[in-house]
Design a protein around this ligand. Sequence first.
Ligand code: ADE
Length: 256
Amino acid sequence: MSAAPRIDVLGLFPEWIRQFTEIGVVGRAMRRRLLHCEAWQLRDFADDVHRTVDDRTYGGGPGMVMLIEPLRRALTAIRAADPRPAHTIYLSPQGRVLDQAKVRELASRPRLVLLCGRYEGVDERLLDAEVDEEISIGDYVLSGGEPAACVLIDAVGRLVEGALNDPASAAQDSFEDGLLDCPHFTRPEQHELGTVPAVLTSGDHKAIARWRRQQSLGRTWQRRPDLLEKIALSRADQALLDQFRLDLQQTEPDAD
Ligand code: ADE
């Protein structure tokens, strides 16, 4: 068996990452040695007694910028810790927004290095020289990259082989085929909040698969029409969606 995929995280708050990677699916994958995560303290690579890792921004203005040299020394040490090529990512709101296709691509790499910023950012020259890509987890600003790194580790970690108890559940996730997931129900069948759709208790597996597909299509159309524009629907899918819209018109005539 080849060595487990490895994710190294560099920043000022390695405790964030250490605690996060002990919990849930990622924690289990770590304990089973299916995934290896390591958190590094950037201050350990400073060269003064104050452990300075930032300085004022050229051109003036508020905020501090992370220095080139401590980052460079840290990245050299991190890369030397494992011989496999490391794909280096800087987490920032300026990056390309993370989606499931990117998560799948990252999950296929043997080694990732995640760089977490604080302050106003990182000296641009370091990014140009050492970083392969910049990733954002959404159009909002966090106080630092660590929570974004945790999001990325979770999304990638659950795709590592053996991380999920039931691998089929990853295949049916939202976004895996460009659509949102269908609704799910469990016992009791009858409840004051409603009754489980009859098709799901019919035992007719073909009808159930058709209903689920139709719900996925319908929900995506209702909630994330932007996703539908990115995929080409088969004739069968288009027919399911048309029927969903027709049914909706009949139950909610005012709905668009
Ligand atoms: N750091 C600060 N905000 C961020 C965001 N939205 N995504 C990734 N890293 C960040």
